[in-house]
Every structure is written in C-alpha cells, then in structure tokens.
Design a protein around this ligand. Structure first.
Ligand code: ATP
Length: 620
C-alpha cells in the first residue's frame, strides 16, 4: 500500500492561488449564460430587505397610533398590511432561492461538461502525473461545493448585507440614540465573528482536502479491487480508508464545535443588546413622549429589529466559510482548466496527410519522458515503405512501446525527424495535430480496454458513422474472426461488462482488433498482447493479426514468431538503440541479439508445434 504521506502530498499541479474576488470573477463567463435567473435572484434582494425593515415599523404603528387611539379599523388594516409584508418576504425569498438554485445548477452542469471535454483532450503526460482518483474528486465533490455556493452563498450574503443595512437605516431614522445604545456590543460582536470565521474557513479547507483524499483513495481501491481480493488486502484497505475518514471527521467535529460556539455566543450577545436597550430606554418611557420621543411601540420595534439583525450576522460567517470552500474548489478546478490540451484539427482545415500511402522515414530519433531524465530512444533510424510490415523486437524496457507512442503523437517532444511521406510533401509528425494524425495512424495497445457497454459501442466508440451502420460493424468483426462469438452471445448488443469482464482475454483482443478493422488506418501500430490464450483462440488471434497486417503499413511490436516471420523487416531494439535490422532469416543467420532472443523465446513456440502460441519475446 502506498505511503500515506504520499497521499497527503497529492496536490493539484499548477493550481493557481489568487484572491477570492479574482477566483469568483473568473467564474463569471460560465455563469453568464444563465444570467436571466441570476438577475431575477438579484431583484428579490431589495424586496426581502425592505420587508424586513417594514414589519417592525408596522408593529410600532399598531401600538403607538392605532391601539393608543382605540381605532379598531385602522388596527385591522395595519394587521392586513403586516400579513402582506410577511407574504411578500416569503414569496421573494422563495423566488430568489429557486432562481439562484436554477442558475447555479445549470452553470455547474455546463462547467462539468466543459471540464470533462477538456480533460479528455489532455495529453498522456498529464495523466502520468495526475492520479485518476484526484481527477474524480475535482470533477465531483469540488463541483458540488460550487453548486452550493452559487445557489446559497454569494447571493444570500448579498441579501444578508442588504437586510442588515436596511434595518440599521430604519433604526437610525427612528432613534439614533437607542440605535447607538443597542449597538454598543457591536465591536465585541465583530471580534467574535472575525475570530470564528477565520477558524471556520481554515477548517472548511481541511474538510475539503480530507474529503478529496478519501474519495481519491476509494476510487483507486475500487479500480484495483480484484488485486486487493486476490492478495487478501481488503482489511488493510478498510483500515487505511478509516484512517483517512478520521482526518475528515476530526476536522468536521472541530468545525461543529466552532459553529455551535458561534451560535450560542451570538445568542448571548443578542440578549445582552436587548437588555441594554431596555435598561436605557426604560426611563424615557416615563417621560413626556413629545420630549423624549421614546414610545412603547418604538421599544417593541427596536427589540424586533435587534433580533432580526442578529440572524444574518450569525449566519454570515457560515456563508463566508461556504464561499471560502467554493473558492478552494474553484482554484483546484482552474488548475485543471489551465492544463494545456492537445491541439485539435480545425473544421475546414486541409488534411496534410491526404492521399498518404503509409511511407515513413525516421532519422536520429531521440526521446525522453522527462526533460531532466535519460533518453529512452537514443538515435533511431529506419524506414517503412507503403504496405511494408516492420516488426520491432527487444527485451522489456528497450523502448518498443515508446516508439509507437511517438508515431501516434501520444507523447510530444522528440528530437530528430519522423516524417510521413505524403503526396504533397514530407510531413513531420510533430507538425500534424493529433486528431488529424490519428485519422491515418492507429495504435492497438497491449492492454485492451473495453467499456462497460455493448459490442457495438466498443467497436464504434460512439463514432456516429460506424454506430449507425451495423453492416460495417459486422464486417469488421468478421474480418478479425470475432463475429462468431459475438453472435453466439446475442450479437452487437451484447454487453461486455466492466473492462470486458464477460469476455476471455483473447476475445477482448479480437474486439480491439475490430476497432481498427472498422477504421482501416494507413499506418497501424500494433502492440501484440503477451497474455496467454487457449490454442483455439490463439489461432483466431493470429489469423486476425494476419488480416489486419494485409494491405497497409504496419509497425508491430511483436511477441509471436508467426508475426516476426511474416514481417518484411525486423528492428531489434536494445536499450533505446536499433542494434540489428533485417528479415528473420538474415538476422538469425547473423547469430547476434536477434538470434539470442529467438533461441530464448520463439524456438520453444516452434518446438511445441503451435507456431506462436502466445509465448512472448523473453523479458530481461
Ligand atoms: N510514461 C512514462 N514515464 C516515464 N518513463 C516511462 C514511461 N513509459 C515508459 N517509461 C520508461 O521508458 C523505458 C522504455 O519503456 P517502453 O514501455 O517503451 O519499453 P518496452 O520495450 O515497450 O517494454 P515492454 O516490452 O515491457 O512493454 C522504460 O525504462 C520505462 O520505464
């Protein structure tokens, strides 16, 4: 199991650190599309604020004027107005919550879609350094945190501020002396809110981090559940999960303490303010109203105002914490958005490889995965003529897969030249945008990945031209001899299970071949799988490979004797260098590295009478 310390270190590469305001401003382009709902939410703010200030005024009016004068009709009218104010405030709040929540969730849906689209365009180097669990956390819980904020954070804070301001203005207009007395505890209040908010913010960040690490761990362990089960490591995984959960729980518990503390302290301060108000206002009540200006109605109104003003103040810190949480999430999401995607072929752009027949020239090719690391390909030269089948063999780690990755531009940054001999002139691989290149060059990887979907999807991969043409899919499956077993299982709609669990390794390989057969690339890079399959399936796999190789240029990372024999030329790679090249018989006769590989691996295959029954080129 990985060192837990490492897990703590998993951070977001390139996450920008900026101000809260800058992070929120950068979010605006996403929210703009739904600004009608945001405006509706904003328009409700003055309504809510005005009604909050109006209701105590109506109480004052009832007590001081109508009750004092014994005017029942006027008192009833005031009662009806009070009810109308209450209804208006509730209605405005409901409309605001609905509008903001709608805008928030619509924006989040857009953002989620654009992040998914962006992530799919990121190059292999990005995935080398970013754990998938981490990515999952960013696209689920971080975005969830944002939706909370958009709906109930920023805008409800604006509403709170408007309510506080309107109440303070009403209080000052009614009686500035009583207002100052009532607010005598304000500095104390400020200190408390600032202290608690800062602590709560820090705790919210810790909660986010702990959550993300735990969900990343969960995703990774679930992906590798079979390994855990086979090696009996379930208990250890649960213990580690618990440990990570404890970190989350500790932060939540402390945050709850601070929350509860804040609430009770605020209640105490609010009661203190009311007591202060009554204490100072009481003598005025026994004086002449014309001189003192203090009435019973005024006192009721002030008590009501004080209680109202404390609710938003109390919740202010919790909302600030929510915003802070969202900003932390935003920064992590920006870190992802700022990763540079692969270039895309623009609509209407000329295809530089139009008419290319598969001729290729590689000169002094050098490549390393890290700028500061050693090269894994160290000056490679070879040619592939149109329609030629070139096999690459070599011990494990000699650079065979890396060579395939350069030809498909899965990795950039090679030195030297890899030029494709197109009719309009030679084109350097690094100058062809990846999606255009992959319209001509396809790679079948050693590890077959199948989606938890039906055969039709796994072959078409959602390409509408293929998905809507079952005859083409069937033809591709027939080419690679997979149609028979697909048909036996119920046809194109047969669901292969997660990662192809419902298929054998050989059948999964055949489906991967069908993907290529359906697309007919000009150059095929085939990384032969080394997984052993039964001899019947092996026979089918060999036949399928034979058909795939026909009529196109192929670079095959070969593990079968049948494949190397069939090749027009073999490149023998050793430690990133081509040490021998030529056809099978010539290389064998030379008695060098190839002859050694042959003696250690292929010879056995030949001996067991099953030419190429899955025995791999020997590993070092
Ligand atoms: N994504 C990567 N980041 C860093 N180094 C890598 C990466 N992929 C491969 N390497 C390194 O590059 C070297 C060549 O690897 P490569 O996969 O090309 O070998 P290979 O000949 O295909 O091996 P095998 O037969 O085992 O598949 C190895 O030392 C390997 O550790």
């Amino acid at each position: 199991m990985a060192d837990p310390k490492d897990r703590r270190k998993i951070t977001q590469p390139g996450a920008p650190q900026g101000s809260t305001w800058a992070a929120l401003r950068r979010f605006w382009p996403y929210a703009r599309a739904h600004k009608r709902w945001l405006w509706l939410g904003l328009w409700m703010i003055p309504v809510v604020a005005a009604m909050s200030a109006l209701r105590p005024l109506l109480v004052k009016q009832a007590v001081d004027t109508e009750i004092a004068a014994g005017d029942l009709v006027a008192l009833r009218v005031t009662g009806v107005l009070f009810l109308a104010a209450v209804m208006a405030e509730f209605l405005a709040t409901a409309v605001q919550v609905y509008a903001l929540s709608r805008a928030g969730h619509a924006t989040i849906t857009d953002l989620r879609r654009s992040i998914f689209g962006h992530v799919l365009k990121l190059p292999a180097r990005f995935y080398d350094k970013t754990p998938i669990g981490n990515l999952l956390a960013r696209s689920t819980s971080d975005i969830e945190a944002l939706s909370e904020t958009l709906a109930f954070g920023v805008f409800t804070i604006l509403t709170d501020v408007a309510v506080i301001v309107s109440i303070l203005v009403a209080m000052f207009v009614l009686d500035w002396r009583l207002t100052l007395v009532s607010l005598a505890a304000a500095p104390l209040l400020w200190v408390i809110v600032v202290h608690f908010s800062a602590r709560l913010r820090a705790l919210q960040l810790e909660i986010r981090r702990a959550q993300s690490v735990q969900s990343g761990y969960l995703a990774e362990q679930l992906a590798g559940v079979t390994v855990l089960q086979l090696f009996g490591r379930e208990k250890a995984a649960v213990q580690e999960f618990e440990r990570l959960g404890d970190r989350f729980l500790r932060a939540v518990k402390t945050a709850n303490w601070y929350d509860a503390g804040l609430y009770s302290v605020m209640d105490g301060v609010s009661a203190m303010c009311v007591a202060l108000l009554i204490y100072f206002a009481a003598p005025y009540l026994f004086e002449d109203v014309a001189r003192s200006g203090v009435t019973l109605g005024l006192l009721f109104a002030f008590i009501d105002y004080l209680q109202r003003v404390f609710i938003p103040i109390r919740e202010f810190s919790a909302k600030l914490a929510t915003i802070q949480r969202a900003v932390a999430s935003l920064e992590r999401i920006y870190g992802l958005i700022d990763e540079r995607p692969e270039a895309r072929h623009g609509a209407g752009e000329v295809d530089p490889l139009h008419g290319w027949t598969g001729g290729l020239q590689v000169r002094d090719l050098r490549f390393g995965y890290r700028d500061d690391g050693p090269d894994v390909l160290k000056g490679i030269d070879f040619d592939i003529a149109p329609g030629e089948v070139v096999a690459v063999v070599g011990r494990t780690g000699s650079g065979k897969t890396s060579l395939g990755r350069i030809l498909t531009r899965t990795y950039d940054g090679y030195r030297g030249s890899v030029s494709l001999q197109a009719p309009a002139g030679a084109v350097e691989v690094r100058d062809v945008v990846p999606d255009c290149l992959r319209g001509h060059v396809l790679m079948v990887q050693q590890d077959v990945f199948l989606f938890n979907d039906d055969v039709a999807f796994n072959v078409s991969l959602g390409d509408p031209a293929l998905a809507s043409d079952p005859a083409r899919l069937e033809a591709a499956l027939r080419t690679v001899q997979a149609w028979e077993f697909v048909q036996e299982r119920g046809g194109l709609q047969f669901v292969v299970g997660e990662r192809g669990r419902n298929l054998s390794a050989g059948e999964a390989q055949l489906l991967a071949f069908a993907r290529v057969a359906a697309r007919q690339p000009t150059l095929l890079i085939l990384d032969e799988a080394t997984a052993s399959v039964d001899s019947m399936t092996e026979h089918k796999v060999q036949a399928a490979i034979e058909r795939l190789l026909r009529g196109r240029s192929v670079l095959v990372i070969a593990h079968r004797l049948s494949t190397v024999r069939r090749a027009d030329k073999i490149l023998v790679l050793q430690d990133g260098v081509i040490v021998e090249q030529g056809p099978h018989d010539v290389l064998l006769a030379r008695g060098g590295v190839y002859a050694e590989l042959y003696r250690m691996g292929f010879k056995e295959e030949e001996g067991d009478g099953n030419s190429g029954a899955g025995a791999p080129v020997p590993a070092a």
